[in-house]
Design a protein around this ligand. Sequence first.
Ligand code: GTP
Ligand code: MG
Length: 190
Amino acid sequence: PTKVADLKVVLLGESAVGKSSLVQRFATNSFDNNRESTIGAAFITKKIYLSDENLNNNSNELKLINFQIWDTAGQERYKSLTPMYYRNANVAIVVYDLTDYQSLKKAENWVNELKLYIRDNQFENSSVSAKNSLTIYLVGNKLDLLSIKENEGPEFPLSLNNIQTYKTSALTGEGIDTLFNSIINDVTDD
Ligand code: GTP
Ligand code: MG
């Protein structure tokens, strides 16, 4: 029998940073120039079969990851809905636009809100193992819009120092595999 793991992912971040585009690139390897802003949230699933070379010969080994992705709406008026989506998540992908410093400040706010949630949740339910808690990934998107000279993107607030960070382009697909492979590695190696 195939061993399956459900992985609940939530995407957070300012409107228009490319959350839906990232999910679309990951789920269907496509990109849409005229994407509409998300209303409320969208739910996307994607199955990833782990290739044999990633696995030991143990037949009980995990073979399939069932991604269950909540792509939230970044517009301010939907902000109050978001705890509903990150409450049960294993992974939070906080997205900003590498060309938009304001969106990085927004991402910082999201990371701080998630850290508070994680802290309070651990106090409430101290029997939950670290493996089951929420892991935060910070993603700078629209890498294709950065020139080589300024390839660094905006300078980082100190509070984000201990968060895993990645750079992606939903348009070209650059960095997307690296991001999701890291997520898979983090959840599968225990
Ligand atoms: P909300 O749903 O409003 O929260 O926005 P979102 O974060 O889901 O952004 P969305 O994916 O809708 O993308 C916003 C705009 O940015 C669209 O016009 C996309 O085509 C564009 N876009 C998204 N990702 C990239 C990227 O990597 N590079 C470039 N150049 N444009 C991108
Ligand atoms: Mg969207």
